[in-house]
Design a protein around this ligand. Sequence first.
Ligand code: ZN
Length: 263
Amino acid sequence: MIQYYRELTRLEMEQIDRERTIVLIPLGALEQHGNQAPLGTDGLIADTMPRYLKEELLAADPDFPMLIFPTIPIGLSTEHKNFCGSVTLKPDTYYHMLYDIGASLAHHGFKKIAFLVCHGGNTPIVQVLSRELRSDFGLYAFILSSGAFSHPDVKATVSPGNIWDFHGGEMETSMVMAIDPSLVKLDTAEAGVPAAFVNNKSLLPYGSVSISWMGEDWKTVEGKPIGIGGDPSGATAEKGEIILRTSARALVQGLLEIRDFSS
Ligand SMILES: [Zn+2]
């Protein structure tokens, strides 16, 4: 059974098999996503992805044991803090908040939690935290990446020539359009490239030789800091639906293996 954590009564929670049930914790962010997409893009995706996951998981296992935790709407967004509206927790604040959630869940007898990471900037904290939770409480803290951005079906949604599509680009904007098209102002979209890196072969904003980039590193062709990667102008709700659905399907096998995991 898949249910929403906050909808259960205390009595219902007492009856949950907490040793077996996975608590899925969606992790959003509140940060700029360019001119065209809302500050809550990652939080909207974090709210929505569990619904897709629920459908896909119940098709694979009608008794799949999972509770969907409320989305954590703010994360670690240092890289975007200089753009208007971005809100970030400090790394240690974010770590301790998630640690305390994990500690509470462990206190009630849960053994498995799964962080659904919907903002890449949250990942380093979650990686450190997940090991500490396991060490301190014997709590298995799994890490799920919400977007299957390297899946061929997802890559196929990106317009030809849009080679830097990334944060706030065509894919993320499409996902928001699939959730609520009224939230995207596509006529204001500008494209961004990592200007200082575009002629490099090895040193890139990500990969085996990298630097922790700031949003300002992503600029328009005129050199104006824009804070997004790629060109959102080709975004559509149909593409977003493909990305959300494909990304959910890509997580099903992993979640089935989390269900069966013991060490
Ligand atoms: Zn995002």
